[in-house]
Design a protein around this ligand. Structure first.
Ligand code: SAM
Length: 281
């Protein structure tokens, strides 16, 4: 190990064997490990016989811990930052500490390894040359729709983190913003016993996930193919989003008739369109 450094160490996202040799070495040799949840991480550390002292650093105390960490680093001690799973700072604590350490001219060094983003993208079969990580999807519907609408013209593959109990609602909302024919992948429980990748269209994904409660369990990453030139320019494949369709029809027709006509045009369920119409009114 080099001079006193802050190491940002990636840990497994499920399978303990995904720990790198360098991660084990660094965690064994640093003076202190700052961990998001010390109880959770002590299981991993015990598995690898690592006995380095632990300190809690999570979203609620990160700011308060910065001074302590910088002092240790300035005294020549090395610190490793780990979180519950994957790469710290990726929808996880650590950003404020890393920024403060950099601003103080200290050495910050990554020990790369697993992240749910790269694991999902590497195996999803969606374009991977250019992608965006959109983080967690908001829990409340208005905020969720706003966030999704912000990506409506996005051409890159989109990667979202989602909680299992909201996946059905999110897939419903995605169909309001994106074409139901858009390709999507649900990467669930990666590296664990029940790892599954569901790769199909948004509408099929919603159907499968709704019918099979097992698909609504565990940790998940949702990936969505970006908008393509070909799709938007292909006159045989004009896609009108359901809420836009309802908005147009409601200018001329009462809600019931508008939903019925929209169902014929789009092939979507009349009741779902009726509900969209109700919200628009
Ligand atoms: N720092 C982590 C990383 O590098 O991926 C992410 C932490 S974030 C708090 C946790 C979210 O990551 C989960 O809610 C889920 O969306 C995703 N995730 C983590 N492990 C996963 C796994 N084994 N399979 C699928 N998604 C996972």
């Amino acid at each position: 190990m080099s001079a006193a450094s802050l190491y940002i160490v990636a840990t497994p996202i499920g399978n303990l064997q995904d720990m790198s040799l360098r991660a084990i070495e660094v965690l064994s040799q640093v003076d202190l490990i700052a961990a998001e949840d010390t109880r959770h991480s002590s299981r991993l550390l015990k598995h690898y016989g690592i006995t380095t002292p632990l300190m809690a650093l999570h979203e609620h105390n990160e700011q308060a811990r910065i001074e302590h960490c910088l002092q240790n680093l300035n005294e020549g001690k090395s610190i490793a930052l780990i979180t519950d799973a994957g790469t710290p700072l990726i929808s996880d604590p650590g950003f404020q500490l890393v920024r403060a350490a950099r601003q103080s001219g200290l050495i910050v060094s990554p020990i790369p390894g697993p992240s749910a983003i790269t694991a999902a993208l590497s195996s999803a079969g969606l374009p991977s040359d250019s992608f965006i990580f959109a983080g967690f999807i908001p829990a409340k519907q208005a905020a969720r729709l706003k966030k999704l609408e912000g990506y409506s013209g996005e051409r890159r593959t989109m990667i979202f983190y989602e909680a299992p109990h909201r996946i059905v609602e999110t897939l419903h909302d995605m169909q309001r913003v994106f074409s139901p024919k858009r390709r999507a992948v649900l990467a669930r429980e990666m590296t664990k016993t029940h790892e599954t990748f569901l790769a199909c269209t948004l509408e099929n994904l919603l159907e499968i996930v709704t019918l099979d409660a097992n698909q609504q369990r565990g940790e998940m990453v949702l990936l969505l193919e970006g908008e393509s030139d070909k799709r938007s320019e292909d006159l045989n494949e004009v896609v009108v989003k359901p809420d836009k369709l309802m908005e147009i029809l409601l200018e001329e027709l009462p809600l019931k008739q508008a939903s019925s006509l929209a169902a014929k045009i789009s092939g979507l369920k009349k009741n779902s369109l009726y509900q969209i119409g109700l919200k628009l009114k």
